[in-house]
Design a protein around this ligand. Structure first.
Ligand SMILES: Cc1cc2nc3c(=O)[nH]c(=O)nc-3n(C[C@H](O)[C@H](O)[C@H](O)COP(=O)(O)OP(=O)(O)OC[C@H]3O[C@@H](n4cnc5c(N)ncnc54)[C@H](O)[C@@H]3O)c2cc1C
Ligand code: FES
Length: 304
């Protein structure tokens, strides 16, 4: 199962250790044309994981993978270094992929160093993402901590694109400091627009920080909740997701209405190697998004 070679078209620094890269798919080369991005790049057969079918497009058209849904991930591969699972931080684009990567080790460092024109191998999309449809007609609370906001950003984009499909929507974002708030200018826009409620909270405030101080769970009591019609989506450190879930369950939200995105080391990403296995679940295939009803017992097993 080989990666499709995408070309980096933009690399935006979000903060010291985090970059957002935009990737464009290879273009099919027609008869008499030359100039595929890399040898073998135009059509690499990963049919079972969703590569666009060869032959469907006109010469010169993009030959990328099938579109990625909010909460799904791709395996991004940096030549000579390795692969890492990275969620889409934007979706619904015409062929392009957008991923936001925090540099924590070998592969993510290499991905964060990519510049326009560089090539990144992509396998995917993989896994089950956010079940946004269950939130239609309901209130929605979206909670992101640190880099956990990246997979939730396409959820916010989806809501804003069809705002009237949802009831009250609150986005709660936590970070260690204001400088580490991801997508800060976009958060400011969403806050100003008031189409959704946006609350940010940091636990190490600078002098010029006028917002809330603490951890995301401190912010939850400030939200008005109708528990019987509330859907929750949470992504961030596991301990944060646990406390958010427990806090909202205490307020009457059903465990099956709370969706969390779990992270484990991944290798094959297609349910074959067992690296991401938690009890009977392969997170690459059955997750990464699970309801809290399903996730909670799995996390308890791991800690025994
Ligand atoms: C489904 C999924 C979606 C993800 N989405 C994103 C994303 O959108 N943006 C992003 O920046 N990162 C994301 N990650 C995390 C990312 O995959 C890891 O940070 C990356 O694999 C680390 O690889 P590395 O070679 O850079 O670091 P390594 O050298 O492998 O590891 C560096 C450190 O990170 C720890 N680590 C490695 N992998 C993970 C992991 N999966 N979870 C927790 N700790 C880990 C290691 O134990 C080590 O301490 C996601 C992970 C999963 C499973
Ligand atoms: S990564 Fe191989 S089974 Fe999930």
């Amino acid at each position: 199962m080989r990666p499709v070679l995408y070309t980096v078209t933009s690399a935006k620094r979000e903060m010291a250790s985090t970059m957002t890269i935009t990737l464009e798919p290879p273009r099919q080369v027609g008869i008499g044309q030359t100039g595929a991005a890399e040898p073998g790049a135009a059509q690499v057969g990963i049919a079972q994981t969703g590569v666009a079918q060869p032959g469907a497009a006109e010469p010169g058209a993009a030959q990328g993978l099938v579109p990625i849904a909010p909460g799904q991930f791709n395996m991004l591969w940096s030549w000579g270094v390795g692969e890492a699972p990275i969620s889409a931080s934007q979706s619904g684009l015409d062929g392009a992929l957008v991923h936001t990567v925090r540099d924590v080790g070998g592969v993510t460092k290499a991905l964060c160093a990519k510049q326009p024109g560089d090539v990144v191998g992509v396998r995917g999309p993989f896994g089950r993402g956010w079940d946004i449809d269950t939130a239609r007609g309901q209130d929605l609370i979206v909670v992101g901590g640190g880099i956990g906001l990246a997979p939730l950003r396409p959820v916010v984009h989806t809501i804003l694109a069809s705002r009237s499909d949802f009831g009250r929507v609150a986005l709660v974002v936590g970070a260690r400091s204001a400088a580490e708030l991801l997508f800060r200018s976009e958060l400011d826009c969403w806050w100003r627009d008031r189409a959704i409620t946006v609350r940010t909270i940091v636990d190490r405030p600078s002098r010029d920080w006028h917002g809330s101080i603490g951890i995301v769970t401190n912010e939850l009591p400030r939200l008005e909740i109708d528990p019987g019609r509330t859907v929750v989506m949470v992504c961030g450190p596991e301990v944060m997701m646990r406390f958010v879930a427990l806090n909202l369950i205490e307020r009457g939200v059903a465990p099956e209405a709370i969706q969390v995105s779990l992270e484990r080391n991944m290798q094959c990403a297609v349910g074959q190697c067992g690296h991401c296995q938690l009890a009977g679940y392969f997170l690459c295939r059955d997750g990464p998004v699970l309801t809290w009803e399903v996730a909670r017992p799995l996390l308890e097993v791991r800690e025994l």
